[in-house]
Design a protein around this ligand. Sequence first.
Ligand code: FNR
Length: 368
Amino acid sequence: PALPAILEPLTINGVEVRNRLILPPMCMYACEARDGVPHGWHFQHLGARAAGGFGIVVAEATAVTPKGRISAWDTGLWNDEQRDAWAPIAAYVAAEGAVPAVQLGHAGAKASTVPMHPGVPAGEPILEGPDAWATLSPSGVPATSMPANVRAMTEQDVAGTVRAFADAARRADEAGFGAVQLHAAHGYLIHQFLSPLTNTRTDGYGGDFEERTRFLRELVAAVREVWPADKILGVRISGSDWVEEGWGIEETVRLARILEEEGVHWMDVSSAGLGDRYHGPKGPGYQVPLARAVKEGTQRMVVSAVGSLTTPQEVEEVLVSGAADAVCVGRAALANPNGPVEAALELGASAEQAPMARQYFRATWGPG
Ligand code: FNR
């Protein structure tokens, strides 16, 4: 049968990706030892979804410094022990045919929070005790109205953080990852620099578009010095703050044009993350128009869409309509690691065409 669009291979910077389905980064809050070292949980989580057929498997927001963790339970890449623990995970994901990727992040003012666990209010800061620390942000402006123990970054902090991103990218390469994604979305540090809601600096890192985007542009330049030219470099962006005086889609498209010139191959377009109350649209594919704007506004950028895309038909339609080159499926993939195989079969692909692990060839999907 004809291949559904979700199964068409995709080439990013010369790297062949087997299909258009991406597992987006999702924090597991599973490092109980608070050492940022991934372990069996991370292996099975990412490994199962590689075997389940995703083209790119992106490991969760992984901190470039201890202070950059969203919570004390996050993974890191600020030391070699963490790198060495990631290596077998990346190797296994690659062995299953997916591109192993890692999202590098710094939470800024949204660090030192409670992990997203059942019955716990998401994103609530921890202000005291062993799992709390003072956080950093561009201007000491909290990212939400919850109490925060945050101070403005000095120029030395900024330079040190740029180095930390580059060091983490070097370790990601050494660990065998084929792609890194810089986390510039969801109200975390890079987004805090981009948005006028949280960036009131006057030292060249804040002010107009050029100045607010400088931190990210410096990160890209620093990462490119250590990240191999034949691997994939990506950025995840919040395409809009959904706030009148905040960061918006016009600035996102303008930035994407600059980043494609500066060596970024892939932009994953999400939204929001600053402020408390969500004012944006909702519903299936509500962020797809942001991805489409970046796709239409750039020349070579590989663009992925994300957000409440759950059925095979919805995902297929994003691709067929040309809104994006690839689609991330997050929460649905927590429920079902084999989503790509099932979606392929549902869209009419044969079992041979579906990205099925050969060990599971006797599996039955649906009434067997
Ligand atoms: C997330 N999301 C997320 N995003 C990100 O950029 N880095 C991260 O580490 C995380 N962590 C995370 C944890 C959990 C448990 C969830 C549910 C979500 C957001 C995620 O990547 C995705 O953008 C959203 O879930 C929307 O896509 P879906 O779930 O509607 O397909």
